[in-house]
Design a protein around this ligand. Structure first.
Ligand SMILES: [Zn+2]
Length: 261
């Protein structure tokens, strides 16, 4: 069951508890009240009967005295739902911080009272929270025990980890088209039968990861050196180091290991 963040009028408990996710830089610190009433507040939704708020902590200020946690470290300490709401807080606060002026006429913007947007009072331009869709795909070839997955080591990976191929979707491109293009660009292989698998918000800083499974069609692996250090076909019983559980890449690989993709 995915996290569904509801508006406050959908809550029927009648006694909302409030939780304030203070965003310190890009780290989070949760309290039962805002540390300063003058700081920007952004309503995030309700979760398990709690009204969740994001608090925009001004730069150079730290009400947590160093105790705020970055989102990577917060994963595993908080529940999955709490982690997702914290990611939402960071993304919305950062959006508000970076859209204080109109991108067209440079007039200071105003937060809309009725929708999640920053509006220019002079020219009317609206700025909505930014999401960058990125696809991630597990490519397989063969069947049964002989089936193999194409895993690659990106140039920016820490350690010797191998993962699914991923990349941002270009304007004007379908998700399926992005899968075909990215796989061809990164490892020189053509794929077919692209199927959607699932998604994951990825607040680093504002991606939405869209997971796919694709079937190998043709071509030999030729790595694009600016993006990929190494890529190979791996059987389920001979996997390299794979990503940690926080990522949709790991969830996709785990599902393949269970024969669920
Ligand atoms: Zn404007």
């Amino acid at each position: 069951m995915p996290l569904v963040i509801l508006p406050p009028d959908a809550d029927t408990s009648g006694s909302l508890v409030h939780r304030y996710i203070h965003v310190v830089g890009s780290a989070v610190w949760v309290d039962i009240e805002p540390a300063d009433d003058s700081w920007g507040l952004h309503f995030l939704g309700t979760l398990d009967g709690q009204a969740m708020w994001g608090v925009d902590v001004p730069y150079g200020t730290d009400p947590a005295d160093g105790a705020a946690t970055d989102l990577y470290s917060y994963y595993g300490r908080a529940s999955e739902d709490e982690w997702l709401v914290a990611g939402r807080a960071v993304q919305i606060v950062e959006w508000a911080r970076t859209h204080r002026f109109c991108g067209r006429c440079a007039t200071p913007t105003e937060l809309s009272p009725s929708e999640r947007s920053m509006k220019c009072p002079k020219c009317g331009l609206l700025a909505f929270p930014r999401l960058a869709p990125a696809m991630i795909t597990l490519v397989t070839r063969g069947e049964g025990d002989e089936q193999e997955a194409l895993l690659a080591q990106g140039v920016n990976f820490r350690g010797s980890m191998y993962s699914c191929l991923a990349g941002f979707v270009e304007p004007g491109e379908s998700l399926e088209g992005a899968v075909v293009r990215e796989v061809r660009e990164e490892v020189g292989v053509d794929v077919t039968n692209v199927r959607y698998w699932g998604s994951q918000p990825w607040p680093f800083p504002h991606s939405l990861m869209l997971g796919f499974h694709a079937t190998y069609e043709s071509g030999e692996i030729v790595c694009e050196p600016s993006e990929i250090l190494d890529a190979n076909w791996y059987r389920k019983d001979a996997l390299p180091n794979i990503p940690p559980g926080i990522s949709i890449a790991r969830k996709l690989i785990d599902a393949w290991l269970r024969d669920e993709v």
